[in-house]
Design a protein around this ligand. Structure first.
Ligand code: F6R
Length: 602
C-alpha cells in the first residue's frame, strides 16, 4: 500500500523524508521518490525497488534552510513498478504524490490529452498535476486552482502538491485515504499514518474526508465544503509498533478490518456498470482455451477451489484445482487448450512457482493472480492480475484470501461474458452483488463483540468441523485452516454432505461443528446435514441469516440475497472466531508457531 510523507521547515529535508518513508516500509512498496523545493530550486529523485536505491541516488544531495518537500512509496496498481510510474509526478513546474485511486482518471486524462498534455506515466495520479497546471493557467491564484482541481476528482485520494508557482506552500487534500498533519513549532509534517512523524512532531491533526487546504511556515489552513474550518490538534502517540497497527491489537485484526477497503480497490476499474473489464487481459486471451487448471497452496488453494464452482457455473468452463505440491509430482496430463492459473499472495511460494514452470514448459498459456507485482510468479507468468490487497503482515492470510476470491469471481464472470455463456440478467445480478461485496466484509463492532464473548466456549474439546456446501465448502476449509494456524486446535473443513460417509463417527458433545448455512444456496440440504450431527449430540455453532433452533450457538448474518455476499460475510465471521479463540489461548496471533509468511522451500 502506498505511503505519503511531507515536510515544511528548516531542518534537513532529505533525511526527514527518507526516514519517514522507511517507517512506512512495513506497508510494502515497489518504488519510491521525493521532491524538494528550496528557494526556487526544485529537485526530484525516484528509484524502483528498495529505499536503499533511493538513498544511493540521493547520497550527495543535501538541503539547507527553509523549504518544502514531499515523498512517496508506491505499491503498483495502475502500471508496472517503473521509475516513470513512481511518485512524485511532475507537470511543467509542480509535483504531486497521491494514495488511493482516482476513478475518473481516464476521462480526465482524455480531456487533458485533447488539450495537448503529454503523459509520462500509466498512473491515475499524473492527471492531478496536469489538471492543476491547466487550472492555474486560467486562474493565477494557486489555491483556487488547487481547489478547482480537487473538485474534479472522483474516488479515493490523499494527496500533496508542491509547485514552483508558490514555493513556500504545501497543498493537501484528503478523501477516502488516510492523511494527517503533524506540528512541532513552525515545522509542519504530513503523512499517511502516524509512524513517520512519531518522534518528530508533537501534535497531530487527522484530516477528515473532504478536507483540503495549504500549509506555509507558521500557518495551516483547512477547508471543507462549508469553507474554512477551525481544527483541534491532539498530542501525538509515541509507540511506533502500536501506530503501525493503526490502533488494532494485531496486524491480523487490522487486516480483517481493512478488507472492505481493499475489496473496493480490487474492483475499481474492473467492475463496470454492465461488464467486467481486465486491462491486463488481451481481447483474445481466452481464444482456444476450453478448460482451466488452477494451482496454489494453503489459503490460495482454498480461494481457487471456491472459484472452480464459479468458473463452471458462470463461465461454463471446466475447472480443475490442484495443490501445487501434489501437482508437481503426479506427472499431469497438460494440454495447450487449458489455461494454467496460479494463485499466490506472495508470488514466491516454491511449489506454486515450480508448478508454473512445468506448465510453461508444456507450452500452456499462464496467468497468475498475485498480490505482489514483480514477484517470481508474476515474472514467470504470461500475464498477471494483481489482487491489490496491499502488504499482508499477519502470517494467517485474511485480506489476501478476500481479494483473491473477489478477482476469481470477477474472472469467472468475465469468461462467461467472453464465451457468451451468461445472460444479461445474470451479469446484472452478479455485478450488482460484486459492488456490494466491500460492504459485506465490513466488520460490525457488535458482531465482533459477540464473537469475542462466544469464543470462550470453544477453547477445548477434541476438534472442530467446519462444514459447508458448494463455495461454502472451500470457505469451510479456509475457516478451519485459519483456526488451526493460530489457535493450534485441531480443525477440519468438510463438505457437509460427506460427513455421514465417515467423519460423523467423531460426533459427540465435545466435537464443535461450525456450520455455514447460507440462505441463498442449498439451505435445506445443509440444514439436514447439521440435524444429523445435532442428533449425535455434536455442539453446533450455526452461521446463517436464518435462525436455526438446533444450534447451541448462533451467529446471524445479514446478507441473504446472493451466495457470494453470504460467502464474504461468513468469511469475516470465521476469521474473527479464529482470532478471538487464539487471543484467549494467549497465542501469538501475528506470528504463529512453526509458520512463515512466505514458503520459498519445497
Ligand atoms: C494461510 C497461509 C498459507 C498461504 C500459503 C500460500 O493463512 O497464509 O496457507 O496461503 O503458504 O502462500 P502464497 O499465497 O503466498 O502462495
Amino acid at each position: 500500500m502506498c505511503g505519503i510523507v511531507g515536510y515544511l521547515g528548516k531542518n534537513e529535508k532529505k533525511e526527514i523524508l527518507l526516514d519517514g518513508l522507511q517507517e512506512l516500509e512495513y506497508r510494502g512498496y515497489d518504488s519510491a521518490g521525493i521532491a524538494v523545493i528550496e528557494g526556487d530550486k526544485l529537485n526530484q529523485f525516484k528509484a524502483i525497488g528498495k529505499l536503499e536505491n533511493l538513498r544511493e541516488k540521493t547520497k550527495s544531495f543535501y538541503t539547507e534552510g527553509f523549504g518544502i518537500s514531499i515523498g512517496h512509496t508506491r505499491w503498483a496498481t495502475h502500471g508496472k513498478p517503473t521509475e516513470l510510474n513512481a511518485h512524485p509526478h511532475l507537470g511543467a513546474y509542480s509535483y504531486v504524490v497521491h494514495n488511493g485511486i482516482i476513478e475518473n482518471y481516464q476521462e480526465l486524462k482524455e480531456e487533458l490529452q485533447n488539450d495537448g498534455v503529454t503523459f509520462l506515466s500509466q498512473t491515475d495520479t499524473e492527471t492531478i498535476v496536469h489538471l492543476f497546471e491547466k487550472n492555474h493557467k486560467t486562474n493565477t491564484n494557486v489555491f483556487s486552482a488547487f481547489e478547482k482541481t480537487i473538485a474534479r476528482l472522483e474516488g479515493a485520494y490523499a494527496t500533496l502538491l508542491i509547485t514552483e508557482a508558490d514555493p513556500d506552500t504545501i497543498y493537501f487534500a484528503k478523501n477516502g485515504s488516510p492523511m494527517l498533519i503533524g506540528f512541532n513549532g513552525n515545522d509542519v509534517y504530513f503523512a499517511s499514518s502516524d509512524t513517520p512523524i512519531i518522534g518528530k512532531a508533537t501534535e497531530v491533526y487527522y484530516l477528515e474526508d473532504g478536507e483540503y487546504g495549504y500549509a506555509k511556515e507558521g500557518e495551516v489552513k483547512i477547508f471543507d465544503a462549508n469553507g474554512e474550518k477551525t481544527f483541534n490538534k491532539q498530542t501525538l502517540a509515541t509507540d511506533k509498533v502500536a501506530a503501525q497497527k493503526d490502533g488494532y491489537r494485531f496486524f491480523m485484526e487490522k487486516e480483517i478490518y481493512e478488507q472492505s477497503q481493499v475489496m473496493g480497490d480490487t474492483i475499481i476499474g474492473r467492475v463496470l456498470d454492465d461488464r467486467i473489464y481486465f486491462e491486463e487481459l488481451d481481447k483474445d486471451f481466452f481464444e482456444g482455451i476450453y478448460a482451466i487448471t488452477i494451482c496454489a497452496c494453503g489459503t490460495s488453494y482454498n480461494s481457487a477451489l471456491a472459484s472452480s464452482y464459479l468458473f463452471e457455473r458462470l463461465g461454463q468452463m471446466r475447472c480443475e484445482v490442484e495443490i501445487a505440491s501434489e501437482f508437481r509430482y503426479k506427472e499431469p496430463f497438460l494440454t495447450q487448450k487449458t489455461l494454467f492459473i496460479t494463485i499466490s499472495q506472495s508470488g514466491e511460494t516454491a511449489d506454486t512457482l515450480e508448478a508454473l514452470k512445468m506448465a510453461k514448459a508444456a507450452g500452456m498459456k499462464t496467468l497468475s493472480i498475485c498480490n505482489v507485482d514483480n514477484s517470481s510468479i508474476v515474472r514467470e507468468s504470461d500475464t498477471a492480475i494483481l489482487t491489490r490487497a496491499g502488504v499482508e503482515k499477519g502470517v494467517a492470510s485474511t485480506k489476501a484470501f478476500a481479494t483473491q476470491s473477489m478477482v476469481l469471481w470477477m474472472l469467472a464472470l468475465y469468461v462467461g461474458q467472453i464465451k457468451n455463456t451468461v445472460s444479461k440478467d445474470i451479469v446484472k445480478r452478479e455485478i450488482n452483488a460484486m459492488l456490494h461485496a466491500p460492504k459485506a466484509v465490513q466488520v460490525d463492532d457488535k458482531l465482533h463483540e459477540r464473537i469475542h464473548r462466544l469464543s470462550k466456549r470453544y477453547l477445548h474439546g477434541h476438534g472442530f468441523f467446519f462444514i459447508g456446501r458448494d463455495v461454502f465448502y472451500p470457505l469451510a476449509l479456509e475457516g478451519a485452516l485459519k483456526l488451526k494456524e493460530i489457535s493450534y486446535l485441531h480443525a477440519e473443513g468438510y463438505p457437509a454432505g460427506e460427513m455421514k460417509h465417515g467423519p460423523i463417527a467423531l460426533a459427540d458433545s465435545e466435537l464443535f461443528t461450525i456450520a455455514l448455512m447460507p440462505k441463498s444456496m442449498h439451505y435445506d440440504k445443509i440444514k439436514s446435514n447439521v440435524e444429523e450431527l445435532s442428533a449425535r449430540d455434536a455442539t453446533i455453532l450455526a452461521i446463517s441469516p436464518k435462525p436455526f433452533e438446533l444450534a447451541d450457538d448462533f451467529i446471524q448474518t445479514k446478507y441473504d440475497s446472493h451466495p457470494m455476499l453470504e460467502f464474504f460475510e461468513m468469511m469475516v465471521v470465521t476469521q474473527l472466531l479464529a482470532l478471538e479463540v487464539s487471543v484467549r489461548l494467549g497465542n501469538d496471533v501475528d506470528m504463529p508457531r512453526n509458520l512463515a509468511k512466505s514458503v520459498t522451500v519445497e
